[in-house]
Design a binder for this molecule. Structure first.
Ligand code: BJW
Length: 274
């Protein structure tokens, strides 16, 4: 289907950035291990202690800035260049997809690199790593907040609408590096499945999506996604992550796919379950 240029939606989560050295949210070594996420990722927490919340996000910004896109990010940028109808919806806020060369990125949970005025709601891009004070202030004097989506907040309307549209029209959905626990993002594959799409999950662990996935590619996305791209003739060398990826993402390479027992392809070396 991918070789035929079928409309494709990719949904990514924190696991895709794990091999760039960024911690995931849940599981062992998770970002909030030992600390309840609800302590930090809620508007209530920000109201209660904006300085604490801001110190956490300032640390996240420094981590993300120091990280490099990994071969999984680069492979997805290559797929975008190769597929005419391709949408990448990410729950990640780190900006690594864009730094790998992806252009059609829908940021469902906002961005670490956007700040929002708590008075008038206006957003601006800001990449600074040091703030003169916590919380940082807007020019109007009001507090700025991180431009991310916290629990209990609505997702950006346009981003969600684009992702839902892509889910309704997709024939292939690749769900990579997400625990599929957080809604409404976790509901996108079901929308696509109801429309008859083929759902491929890329994850070393079982998730709530696993039983209903059409195919499971069990392993790290930094290995599997480049093989998937290579199977389509799109190379994504690990070194691409440190360069502008659009040029290297579009290089042709020999395919390395084998046929799976389910009648579809699988990637040699990885388990394929349907
Ligand atoms: C690898 C790997 C490798 C590791 N390769 N893989 C329906 C039912 C129940 C509840 C709700 C519902 N609808 C809405 C809700 C409430 C809530 C929700 O979903 N709660 C659940 C916890 C149950 N949702 C919301 O509040 C959302 N808002 C909303 O719906 O508004 C309307 C509404 C409000 C209230 C009630 C009803 C409706 C907003 C959600 C915002 C999420 N925000 C966060 C923080 C963003 C800012 C920040 O980054 O700080 O987003 S929480 C956090 O979780 C972050 C992530 O984007 C998100 C998802 O996590 P993700 O990416 O899946 O990471 P992990 O760590 O969970 O998983 C990593 C995975 O990678 C694992 O599976 C590993 O195995 C794997 N992995 N290494 C591949 N190398």
């Amino acid at each position: 289907m991918l070789r035929d240029g079928a409309p494709t939606l990719v949904l990514t989560g924190a696991g895709v950035s794990a091999e760039s050295g960024l911690a995931t949210f849940r599981g062992s070594g998770g970002l909030w291990e030992g600390r309840d996420p609800m302590d930090i990722a809620t508007p209530e927490a920000f109201t209660r202690d904006p300085v604490d919340v801001w110190r956490f996000y300032a640390w996240r910004r420094r981590q993300a800035a120091a990280a490099r896109p990994n071969p999984g990010h680069v492979a997805l940028a290559g797929l975008e260049a190769a597929l005419p109808q391709f949408v990448l919806a990410t729950q990640n806020v780190d900006g690594l997809h864009q730094r790998a060369g992806s252009r059609r990125v829908v940021e469902l949970h906002g961005s670490l690199w956007t700040l929002r005025c708590t008075r008038d709601g206006r957003s601006s891009t800001d990449t600074s790593l040091d703030f003169p004070e916590f919380p940082p202030r807007c020019s109007c004097g009001a507090m700025l907040r991180p431009g991310v989506v916290w629990f209990g907040e609505m997702l950006p309307e346009e981003a969600m609408a684009r992702a839902e549209r892509a889910a309704r029209t997709a024939r292939v959905v690749i769900v990579a590096g997400t625990s599929s626990l957080v809604f409404p993002a976790a509901g996108l594959p079901a929308i696509a499945r109801d429309g008859g799409a083929w759902i491929v999950e890329v994850n070393p662990e079982v998730t709530p999506l696993s039983p209903s996935a059409s195919e499971r590619l069990v392993g790290p996305s930094g290995t599997i996604l480049p093989l998937l791209a290579a199977a389509l003739g799109v190379a994504s060398s690990p070194s691409c992550g440190t360069r502008r990826a659009r040029s290297c993402g579009s290089t042709r390479a020999p395919a390395r796919a084998a046929t799976c027992s389910s009648g579809r392809w699988s990637i040699s070396g990885f388990r394929c379950r349907s």
